[in-house]
Design a protein around this ligand. Structure first.
Ligand code: ASP
Length: 478
């Protein structure tokens, strides 16, 4: 079986290799922009009622060669008003994206992400229901939940404090040119209040919640279902517990099967991300370099110093071993920018590699993927202060306390999907009266920073599961 030796390369090396080669691929084939007759036609139809006359002028660009994003918009300005272009920017970018090389391979990533998303709901249901049904008493359930929530709140608060420390120290926003800001009118900012989020935890229609992948509602239903399994007659209880244990085993096997394709999937996702953002990379290193560095440093300190210390001091687990056990999950989080899509891989790492019971991880990992986002929390705090500094607005200590609280709420409210953190920044900015347009300053580098903060989000969930399992007296491999 010599020719299959390639597949003996450990999975994390395959993924790392995929990320590195995808980065090279993406830089080599950067995305360009051009209208084709078809894409122009759909753009015209979709935006017709907006301003068909001026959109019609853009038709002259159909015969142009593909251009970089910046050049494309400069050229478009000769045909139509800048205001119109700005208001339709997202749509135009979507319709004019042109990258034949990346189009040929991006489907690897699309299929991989679809497969990961496909198993989220059945996996969450079976892992929570079987986890809770295996918890012996209501006190056990209460104790584990309390520990989990305490861990989430404290680790995210520490993350925000680290971020605020760095942004106050490095002052990345001072002197930033406001006219480089991008238009944010296309972003749909968070509108529901924290209270609404709490209300929506109770679903009015569980099937709607499944279909919408409304995590908190699904988790709530699964906890109740699991809990009431423990309250029924022994025979039925055994039947249902066995059923959900078995379903969970099947879901974990499916996860292992999908994980094998991670290198291919990651290659497709990262190549597309890098190709689409290659133009912004120099900007990340120049104008927004200080801002990106501040977020990055905060994330690195939280990931490699704070959480390992927390892990070691509170549970005596070996942080290196936990890191090693979780490497596939962390690389998947990095590549997909989605804690939710990574749930199955995280659960697999925590259970199979660290040895955490389903009782603890089945509940804490799905919940953590939506509620516990240390990387996002840290980033929210940095964004608020960065924008304040850029606009020359002084935030008092009291304001910074409000930033801390709202950043925590925003990270709890953010869904585990790409760019969710960006949308939630509006919650923090509004709380201290900062201009929402400020978000335009950080838009261009957000995709890349999202990859790093998602990794920290998943790392914190993993550390939490280990800490809670150890505190419950479980014997782990780490
Ligand atoms: N993408 C992040 C996650 O899934 C959320 C964010 O945008 O900060 O964890």
């Amino acid at each position: 079986m010599k020719h299959f030796r390639f597949f003996k390369i450990p999975l994390h090396w395959q993924i790392l290799f995929a990320i590195a080669s995808a980065a090279v691929f993406g830089v080599y084939f950067p995305t360009q922009y051009k209208f084709t007759p078809d894409s122009f036609e759909t753009f015209r139809i979709e935006t017709e009622e907006f301003n068909s006359f001026e959109i019609g002028d853009l038709e002259h660009m159909i015969s142009d060669a593909p251009r970089s994003k910046a050049d494309f918009f400069v050229a478009a300005e000769t045909y139509t008003k800048k205001a119109l272009l700005n208001s339709q920017k997202t749509e135009i970018i979507k319709k004019t994206r042109y990258n034949p090389a990346v189009s040929r391979i991006e489907w690897f990533g699309v299929i991989f992400l679809r497969a990961l998303k496909m198993i989220i709901i059945p996996l969450i249901l079976s892992s929570i229901i079987s986890g809770i049904a295996n918890i012996n008493t209501a006190e056990d359930l209460g104790r584990i939940s309390l520990k989990t929530i305490l861990y989430y709140l404290s680790s995210s608060t520490i993350a925000i404090l680290i971020g605020l420390g760095f942004v106050n120290l490095l002052k990345p926003g001072v002197g930033v040119e406001l006219n480089l800001s991008e238009d944010v009118s296309q972003i749909e900012f968070a509108t529901s209040s924290f209270f609404d989020t709490l209300l929506n935890i109770v679903p009015d229609n569980i099937f709607k919640a499944f279909a919408a992948q409304d995590m908190l509602a699904v988790i709530f239903f699964a906890i109740l279902f699991g809990f009431f399994i423990t309250k029924i007659a022994a025979k039925q209880r055994e039947l249902l517990t066995n059923f959900f244990n078995a379903t969970n085993d099947v879901m974990m096997k499916m996860t292992m099967f999908i994980i094998r394709f991670t290198p291919l999937g990651v290659f497709g996702i990262v190549a597309k991300t890098i190709a689409d953002n290659a133009e912004q990379l120099p900007q990340m290193l120049q104008g927004l370099g200080m801002y990106s560095l501040t977020v990055f440093l905060g994330l690195v300190v939280h990931m490699f110093v704070m959480l390992p210390l927390f892990l070691y001091l509170s549970s005596k687990a070996n942080p290196f071993k936990v890191l090693k056990a979780m490497r596939t999950a962390l690389l998947t989080a990095f590549s997909t920018s989605s804690s939710a899509a990574t749930i199955s891989v995280t659960l697999h790492g925590v259970q199979n590699n660290c040895g955490v019971s389903n009782k603890v991880s089945g509940f804490s990992i799905p919940l953590g993927s939506t509620v516990n986002m240390d990387g996002t929390a840290l980033y929210e705090g940095v964004v608020a202060l960065f924008i304040a500094q850029a606009y020359g607005i002084d935030l008092t200590l009291a304001d910074q306390v409000i930033v801390l609280i709202t950043a925590l709420l925003a990270s709890i409210g953010a869904a585990g999907v790409p760019m969710a953190g960006l949308i939630m920044t509006s919650v923090v900015l509004s709380a201290v009266g900062l201009p929402l347009e400020g978000i335009g300053l950080i838009l261009s580098v957000d995709k890349i920073l999202d990859m790093f903060r998602t990794t920290v989000n998943v790392w914190s969930d993993s550390c939490g599961a280990v800490i809670i399992a150890k505190s419950e007296g479980e014997q782990l491999n780490v």
